[in-house]
Design a protein around this ligand. Structure first.
Ligand code: AMP
Ligand code: MG
Length: 352
């Protein structure tokens, strides 16, 4: 009983503090399976799974990973400022005021995001903040008060779209500075930062000697190695946008690979019976209804995150072409009627 109360209060504390960590393990011979969960980083639930000789060993691996993720979380935050820290929010606040000296991890994310912009011909654009900010506000208001939910006026979106030029994001890697040339522009790294951070944290763990670990930050999954020394892969389920079923869309055999999904069910609001999700097509300035979800499987979790968002804004044929042009990259599209479309090599990565 005492233990139960302790567990319950630990859970409550975890929810309250938003960053607590719980570790569970199974008694067995040899390395045991452990799982840890914590909330708060990137405003979502992080789950870590792996095998270790002892709970302490696993907890140490998780703690280092968590510490790394925390650093990225604060640096890439667009909503919260932290004492004595220059992050994306403070960069946005200094738009139009000249170069800002930033942490190398910010320079690296922004350079990576510029590459993603070029690769996808602008379908994922972190300089779209002026537009996504409007949608964020209307969505929040609509969720809080569904009766009063409304759509932003096109004129408002079009005015904001004048301040979304990637060329106005100036990065000087030598001086370590970033400048937003346009005083009305702002960065929204929501499409890329989580995946990029998970990738960097996973690489750091690999460098520390971690051989097998499965990391999921809000469903952004990165596998370090296979499940065990025998090379058996992790099994990663792709969530079904149809919440009335428990079936996964697919189960990916993951060995040193990432699985990232963007879906209409993640963040949305309803206006006059019509649902509006959170991925904005830079051409129409609206969320389009091409897909219910798009999943990417590729080694680099940052790339997977960028591509899953970008493909939402590409017609199927163009998306397929882009995926075909890339090595070790596969995609799964869930169409509005629930049917699935796979890239050529996707089936080889899945299991029943
Ligand atoms: P994800 O869940 O990775 O697909 O990212 C979606 C988030 O990225 C949204 O909540 C917005 O903050 C931001 N976003 C929406 N549309 C775009 C876009 N076209 N390019 C870049 N970021 C976007
Ligand atoms: Mg993304």
């Amino acid at each position: 009983m005492k233990r139960k109360i302790l567990l319950l209060s630990t859970l409550l504390l975890a929810l309250l503090l938003a960053t607590a960590c719980a570790v569970t393990g199974k008694l067995d011979e040899g390395p045991r399976k452990f799982e840890a969960e914590f909330i708060g980083l990137f405003d979502t639930l992080t789950r870590v799974m792996g095998y270790a000789e002892s709970e302490e060993e696993f907890a140490a691996v998780v703690q280092e990973l968590k510490d790394d993720l925390e650093v990225y979380h604060q640096l890439y935050d667009i909503y919260t400022a932290y004492p004595d820290l220059v992050n994306i929010k403070t960069i946005n606040e200094q738009a139009g005021q000249g170069p800002v000296v930033v942490d190398q991890k910010i320079i690296d994310l922004l350079l990576f995001s510029k590459d993603a912009y070029r690769l996808t011909q602008g379908r994922v654009n972190i300089a779209l903040g002026a537009v996504t900010k409007i949608w964020h506000r209307y969505r929040s208001e609509g969720v809080d008060d569904p009766e009063a939910a409304r759509l932003p006026k096109m004129a408002l979106l079009e005015e904001a779209a004048l301040h979304t030029g990637m060329d106005d994001l100036l990065i000087d890697p030598v001086k370590g500075t970033v400048e937003l040339k346009d005083p009305q522009m702002s960065l929204d790294v929501g499409a890329i930062a989580k995946g990029y951070a998970v990738e960097q944290a996973a690489r750091a763990a690999e460098e520390r000697g971690v051989k097998h670990l499965l990391i999921s930050v809000g469903g952004n999954v990165r596998a370090i190695g296979a499940r065990n020394d025998q090379g058996e892969p992790w099994r990663v389920g792709i969530e079904n946008p149809d919440y009335t079923t428990d079936d996964y869309l697919a189960i990916v055999k993951a060995d040193a690979i990432s699985v990232v999904t963007s879906g209409v069910y993640e963040r949305f609001y309803v206006v006059e019976g019509q649902s509006y999700h959170h991925i904005i097509d830079p051409d129409t300035l609206f969320p389009e209804n091409r897909y219910l979800s798009v999943s990417i499987v590729t080694p680099d979790s940052g790339l997977a995150d960028a591509l899953s968002t970008a493909l939402f804004n590409l017609d199927l044929e163009d998306g397929k072409k882009l995926i075909k042009s890339m090595e070790e990259t596969e995609a799964l599209w869930c169409m509005p009627d629930g049917s699935l479309v796979e890239s050529d090599g996707f089936a080889a990565l899945t299991s029943a």
